[in-house]
Design a protein around this ligand. Structure first.
Ligand code: HAM
Length: 421
């Protein structure tokens, strides 16, 4: 029986992998330009790390984590996202004592056991940025500008940035009390919500705003949003952020329902959506998480970040027919005509590779025609033909595939010639 890949996971093969590399390399360049350093954290973590940060009431923790017990019966989970791991690493390595503001970026696979569909997978990939150590609205603006720069560099057009503010912990408390009052005074309205939302309204009311149930969604228009409970300090922060974004000419739309599906957010939240993606239209999401570091036992630290879904970013680029300029490596193909010349050919192949040039050869003797076909498939710039005559004369026939010319050179000249491609 053939073994197939797991549902919701994908193999990324050539030539598509070139697009992935292009996206990752261009993101890397931009992250570094904004002063972000790469961090690599483990794919597995203690389950409690995610439960405590993402929140027990969230879809991710309730239904989507790949969790298992290790040999010592510890509960381990594959990371559904990387923000909690970065926060853990920040505290574990005492980074707050080494630097004022720490700025990280990451690229890697994440795992969520969601129902697979276009743009939604069980193993997907993110690149993201996390900046820890400031409460300034300029940091929120930098993070949003960085997100915008990534899509602008790719020349993506049909996207929109939405922003909101959830307010601070106190505002959240006010919001919770306000909803509790509604629950008390309007039991008939509450009874129309789904069973989960009837529970959430008491212990985690923010989650009712991102419930997928159509009735709940409709009813939400009658409920206050966190923005209705925002304090003056948080409002000033939000107004300042808007002012900076306008100054930087980064267009945005305000969306009071943008609460994001993770519990750790405080203050600013944002999302970048694309019109070409259907239901899964969020390419990137993020926001502030000023309480996360202290909730893990670290110092009080303002923090802000985002993560792009690479698969969705690629789908968005494809929907706009964006061409990636992929630099083609110089390629040489060596065609050995018979068994005796194969040994010498293999040695030449080795020398060419040692000069840093991509070189190919067949592993069995094939007709020259078959080898030329293969050279064309590999888009080789030069084909070096080695047969009985070349062995005797120690000169090699070199075909320039673009110019359709042919020359005869010795080994020294050969290496110089292929390097010039
Ligand atoms: P998130 O909104 O859960 O945020 O995920 C960020 C992005 O990952 C989404 O906008 C989407 O493009 C992609 N994504 C999420 N789930 C899937 C999936 N099942 N299949 C394909 N793509 C997916 C976070 O992960 C936060 N850590 C962002 C953040 C960083 N907030 C602060 N810092």
């Amino acid at each position: 029986m053939k073994i197939k890949s797991l549902k919701g996971t994908n193999d990324i093969l050539s030539p598509k992998i070139n697009k992935w590399r292009h996206l990752e390399e261009s993101a890397r360049r931009i992250f570094e330009c904004y002063g972000y350093q790469e961090i690599r954290t483990p794919i597995i973590e203690h389950t409690s790390l995610f439960k405590r940060s993402i929140g027990e009431e969230t879809d991710i923790v309730q239904k989507e984590m790949f969790t298992f017990s290790d040999n010592a019966n510890r509960s381990i989970s594959l990371r559904p996202e990387e923000t909690p791991s970065v926060a853990r690493a920040y505290i574990e390595h005492n980074i707050d004592k080494q630097t004022g503001l720490a700025k990280f970026f990451y690229i890697g696979p994440m795992f969520r056991s969601e129902r697979p569909q276009a743009g939604r997978y069980r193993q997907f990939h993110q690149f993201g940025a996390e900046a820890i150590g400031s409460y300034s609205p300029y940091l929120d603006a930098e993070i949003i500008a960085l997100m915008d720069e990534i899509v602008k560099t790719l020349k993506l057009k049909n996207y929109e940035i939405q922003i909101n503010s959830l307010g601070c912990g106190n505002d959240r408390h006010k919001y919770k009390k306000r909803l509790a009052k509604i629950a008390e005074n309007k039991p008939r309205l509450i009874s129309k919500l789904c069973v989960n939302c009837q529970r959430r309204i008491k212990n985690n009311p923010l989650r009712i705003l991102d419930c997928k149930n159509p009735t709940c969604r409709e009813l939400m228009d009658d409920f206050p949003t966190p923005f209705d409970c925002i304090c003056e300090k948080c409002l000033n922060h939000y107004e300042k952020l808007k002012k900076i974004l306008k100054q930087l000419k980064i267009p945005f739309k305000e969306n009071r329902f943008l609460v994001r599906g993770l519990d750790y957010y405080t203050g600013t939240t944002f999302e970048l959506t694309h019109t070409g993606l259907g239901a899964q239209n969020a390419i990137c999401g993020g926001g502030r998480y000023d309480n996360l570091i202290s909730s893990f036992g670290g110092p009080e630290m303002g923090a802000c970040g985002f993560a792009f879904g690479i698969e969705r970013l690629l789908l968005a680029c494809e929907s706009e027919n964006i061409e990636f300029k992929i630099n083609k490596a110089k390629t040489v193909y060596i065609a050995a005509l018979d068994e005796p010349s194969y040994e010498m050919s293999f040695e030449i192949l080795h020398h060419i590779r040692q000069t840093g040039i991509q070189a190919h050869m067949a592993y069995e003797i094939k007709s020259l025609k078959a080898q030329m076909r293969q050279a064309n498939r590999l888009e080789a710039g030069y084909v070096i033909i080695i047969g009985e005559n070349e062995l005797k004369s120690k000169t090699f026939t070199v075909k320039d595939m673009a110019k359709h010319t042919q020359t005869s050179v010795d080994k020294k000249e050969l290496l110089k010639l292929v390097a010039k491609q």
